[in-house]
Design a protein around this ligand. Structure first.
Ligand code: ADP
Length: 165
């Protein structure tokens, strides 16, 4: 085996995943076909209120991502580039929904490359999910709207349970 063949191409898909949506799954699934190993990293953000705890979000991600043998779930606190450095991950994969995502994401990507040499790969979202965000799903579901096409069935069930529906 050549030295090149033994290099593990590893990437991280970071986010809050509160809860995981079909938009996230689209990006993670596509990343899993491009990299040897994909780490889905749940950001621990104590200043942001969430509907599900970090452990619950990790459990839900584990359920819906079990079909991918090269995807694992983890959590991180602090700077993403520090997490990348510690775990030997050279690439961040981000889904882009619209131009509005791009401006902020470009700034972050340039900062992360400048800070630690970590590159970012932008993946255009499937147009079917370009409007989809966890925050919107929670808001619609809170008022009884139908979000069944936006989440995997097990996640939908957990969301309804949490909202007392
Ligand atoms: P949100 O609350 O907006 O869903 P997250 O922090 O959970 O945000 O999202 C994590 C990452 O997942 C985002 O930075 C983005 O790269 C990707 N993502 C989120 N929603 C979508 C979507 N609908 N299509 C493609 N990528 C998405």
């Amino acid at each position: 085996m050549s030295a090149e063949a033994s290099i593990v191409r590893r990437a991280v898909c970071p986010g809050s995943f509160d809860p995981v949506t079909n938009g996230h799954l689209d990006i993670i699934g596509r990343a899993a076909s491009l990299y040897d190993e994909v780490v889905v990293a749940v950001l621990i953000n104590k200043s942001k209120s969430s509907l599900f705890t970090v452990d619950e979000r990790i459990e839900m991600l584990g359920e819906v991502l079990a079909v991918y043998p090269n995807v694992r779930i983890d959590s991180f606190y602090g700077l993403l580039v520090d997490y990348c450095r510690t775990n030997d991950i050279p690439v961040i994969v981000k889904g882009l929904r619209a131009i509005s995502d791009f401006e902020y994401e470009l700034q972050m990507a340039q900062m992360n490359r400048g800070l630690a040499g970590v590159d970012t790969l932008f993946m255009p979202t499937n147009p079917e999910y370009s409007f989809l965000a966890s925050s919107l799903v929670k808001e619609i579901a809170t008022y009884g709207g139908d979000v069944s096409t936006l989440l995997p069935p097990t996640i939908l069930e957990r969301l309804h349970e949490r909202l007392g529906r």
